[in-house]
Structure formats: C-alpha cells, structure tokens
Design a protein around this ligand. Structure first.
Ligand code: 9MR
Length: 447
C-alpha cells in the first residue's frame, strides 16, 4: 500500500507552486506493486542507501522492507567509520545494516573501500610504503569481514577530477602511490573476496564528457590487461544545474560494451512534481534499455534524511508518502497491479499549478497534468479564480465556464492521451483587475 491519501498534499511546494494536487489513485498491496518486485520482473534490483541510525524508525524500516531489494550503507562502511584508528576495526553500525539486509533477502553494495573523503587523518600522514600497506590491509580486512555477503563493492570511489582535464584527483593515494593505486586496490580486492563484484564508482560521469572519457579509458585498459574489474557505478546525483544528460543511456551502453556491468548507484534528482517524475522515468528507462545495467540504487529512502533534503530529491516524501517520481519509476519498471499492463488498474491523474509570469495587471498560470500508473485517454480539471479576476487567454486546453465565469473547467485540445506517468500542461493568462490572488486548481479527473 502506498498511502494514497497522504498524496493529496504532496505537490504543494513553496514559492510559485500554489495549489493542490489531487489523485484518485487507490493501490492494493499486490506482490508486484513495489519498486523491488517490479524491478525483479525486469531482472534488476532496486535499492536505497540506508543509515543504521534510522532502522529503528518503524515507518523507515517498513518502507525500506516493502519497496527495496538492495541496500547501500550511506556512511557506515567508509574508512572513518570502520578503521578510525589504524588496524582497529569497528563494524557495529555496518553489521546492523548487513544483518537487516540478510533477514530481508536484500543484496548489499559495499561503499566504499578507497576514497579521498571521510578518510581518517592518520592515513594522510603515512609515507608511501606505509600507505600502500595500510590501503591493502584496509581492503583485505573489511572485505574478509563481509566475505560472501556483499554483491558489489565500490573498491575505488571518485578518483578523477571534475572538469575537462580527465586528470586524477589529488588524494593521499594518488599523490603518494601514483596512478597504479587503483589497479593495486582492485587486485587486492579480488584476492580478499573473489565472489564480490568489484566496481569503480564516480559522479559527473553520467554522460559522455572528459571525466567519463578518462574513466572509460581506465576501464578499457583494465579489461585489456586483465586487471579485475566487474562493474562501473554511475552515482547520478542530478538537479537543475546538472540534469540527466541526453546521452545518459548511450554512456551506460558504451561502458557495458567494454564487458562490465553498469549500476546506477546513488540516484537522486532535486525537484518535485511532474518534472522530477519525468527525470526519474528517463533514468529508469535508460537502465532498462541497457542489458548490463544491473540495478538502480536511490541515495536514501525519504526526503527528510537525504544529504540534500532541501532539494527533496527522493521517491518518498518526509511522511513516507510516494511522490509522483515513485509512480513514474514504478510505471517505467512495468510495476503491476495485476492487469499486466504496468498499472494498478485505476486510471488517475494529478494537476499541479505554477505561476509562470507575473506583472502589475496580470499573470500567467500553468497546470501540469500527470497520468498515474495507467494510461489516460482524457482528463479534466478546474481552475477557480478570485473575482474580479478574468481569464483573457488559454492555450493547450479547452475551457468551459460556469455562469459567474469564476470556475473554468479545462479539457484537452490535442493532448488528452497520456502514457502512464507522462505529463502535459495547459496555460492561461489572467487579468488581475485589482486582485493578485492565486487560482485554486481542483482535482484531476481521468478516463
Ligand atoms: O550521503 C552521504 C552523507 O551523509 C555524508 O555526510 C557525505 C560525506 O562525504 O557523503 C554522502 O554520500 C556521498 C557518497 O558517499 C559518495 N558520493 C557522493 C555522496 C553524496 O555526497
């Protein structure tokens, strides 16, 4: 169950978005009606980063256990967490997550063995010989502790610089051991747990660019020389400044063509409503289009605990209500409520309002209509004005008026047909006639 009632308020956000979104969706708790089961139907896992400290929160654990089939400890396996003092290992919090995952039958991604960040200061103080020994000891001890329990390890994380240079990032490992530290880390990792898949993981490598080209060249070199590497992780942290690249799928595919699995490892997309849902849908479809894309991990369960919670980048809001992005991902995964068409059998839509322009005597409004988990052939919604405001123009929607001309019912012109999770929008211009009040957008009705 996805607590549809809670969705009533989910699209109301700050700023210009002023009116409510309503949905008539009702979900039954069908077995395939979750992210994890829908992804499994496509041969993929669907996971989330988790924090041990939240597992005791009932709604957090319930959402995690219902929806996800894989977990990544968000911080608990990092060097500073497991070996803050040289050669003294502390696995308590990480063990809690692994134990939880095992009881739920979830896969675990190990994150991460060698990274410049969250690195205790003692590591940076070592000379080259000592550092090499410490790196290999760290990899070996941590991987042996979890031997047989980890599906994939991020052996090396974020070793390349941003920008156009394609150069390695400065770190104690890079600066003291040189380029060869990555190869050495992977060879050590293979010996420590031969069953675990070994990944290189990075961000801003999601499209084809200088940084991903550099990672690509490294992976190609490793494959040609027999250096053990099984997978590449694409973190996929997106927002308006760094949107889903248009060549995202093509980039995943070119890595897959090198003979490695690709994994979407830390997905989150700042935003809300239909725009966020559409980006999530694009990412999900890209993974499904690449046969070696093993699965998707979102970087957290709920917006309220996200590392960038202000950007509300995840699939569940702070009350654990499923967002439009959730519906879009589930629809893209072919999530099934039993009729085999990828939906839950209830034709539904949401309507969200944004003021797109504002001037002294008028404003423009835009309403985005988003189909739920079933395709829609037609929709309608209402826009109620505050008198003496008057609509002076409409586009991409066909208006009908009540006698007082305050309630405008809008139906499609050419844009009635929407695929599951897809959106369209209509717009209108309002003459304020002295009132700047926001219009009230009513429920969306779909057929
Ligand atoms: O989400 C993690 C946050 O809680 C930590 O404070 C932060 C510290 O560096 O790391 C975050 O996770 C990062 C991940 O380990 C590697 N890729 C970028 C992630 C977001 O910063």
């Amino acid at each position: 169950m996805h607590m549809s009632v809670k969705r009533l308020g989910r699209a109301v956000t700050a700023g210009l978005v002023a009116a409510a979104a309503l949905t008539a969706a009702t979900h039954s708790a069908e077995a395939a009606d979750t992210l994890g089961s829908a992804a499994a139907g496509k041969g993929r896992y669907f996971g989330a980063a988790v924090a041990a400290g939240h597992l005791g929160e009932a709604a957090y654990a319930a959402t995690l256990d219902r929806e996800f089939t894989q977990v990544t400890p968000e911080n608990e396996m990092k060097w500073d967490a497991v070996e803050s003092t040289r050669n003294t290992f502390t696995f308590g919090a990480a063990d809690q997550i692994v134990t939880h995952a095992k009881t739920q039958g979830m896969k675990v991604r190990g994150h991460t063995l060698v990274w410049h960040s969250q690195l205790p200061s003692w590591v940076g103080g070592l000379g080259a010989t000592d550092l090499r020994a410490a790196m290999n000891n760290h990899i070996t001890r941590v991987m042996e502790h979890y031997k047989g329990q980890i599906d994939s390890w991020d052996v090396v994380n974020e070793a390349f610089q941003d920008g156009g240079s394609g150069a390695r990032r400065s770190s104690p490992f890079q600066d003291k051991l040189g380029d060869g530290f990555i190869e050495e880390a992977f060879r050590t990792a293979r010996a420590a747990d031969p069953a675990a898949k070994l990944c290189y993981n990075d961000y801003n490598t999601d499209g084809v660019n200088a940084k991903s080209d550099a990672v690509y060249a490294m992976v190609a070199d490793f494959k040609s020389r027999g250096v053990p590497i099984d997978c590449v992780g694409f973190q996929s942290h997106f927002n308006s400044a760094s949107p889903v690249p248009s060549d995202y799928r093509a980039n995943l595919q070119r890595f897959a063509d090198l003979g490695v699995d690709v994994q979407i490892t830390e997905l989150d997309i700042e935003g809300s409503g239909a725009a966020q849902a559409s980006s999530y849908r694009t990412v999900t479809e890209a993974c499904l289009a690449v046969s070696r894309c093993a699965g998707i991990t979102v970087w957290g369960v709920t917006d309220k605990y996200s590392w960038r919670s202000g950007g509300t980048p995840l699939l569940f809001d702070g009350d654990y209500a499923a967002k439009p992005a959730y519906d879009a991902v589930l629809a893209a995964l072919g999530g099934s409520g039993g009729d085999g068409d990828g939906g839950d059998g209830t034709v539904s839509c949401t309507a969200t309002y944004t003021r797109t322009a504002d001037w002294s005597t008028g404003y423009n409004g835009e309403v985005t209509i988003t189909a739920g988990s079933e395709p829609v052939t037609s929709w309608s919604t209402t826009v109620t004005l505050t008198p003496p405001q008057q609509v002076s123009a409409t586009w991409n929607g066909s208006p009908a008026w009540d006698a007082s001309r305050t309630v405008m019912t809008v139906r499609p012109t050419w844009n009635g047909s929407l695929a599951a999770g897809a959106s369209t929008s209509f717009g209108f211009t309002v003459a304020k006639n002295g009132s700047a009040a926001a219009p009230v957008v009513g429920a969306c009705t779909a057929s």
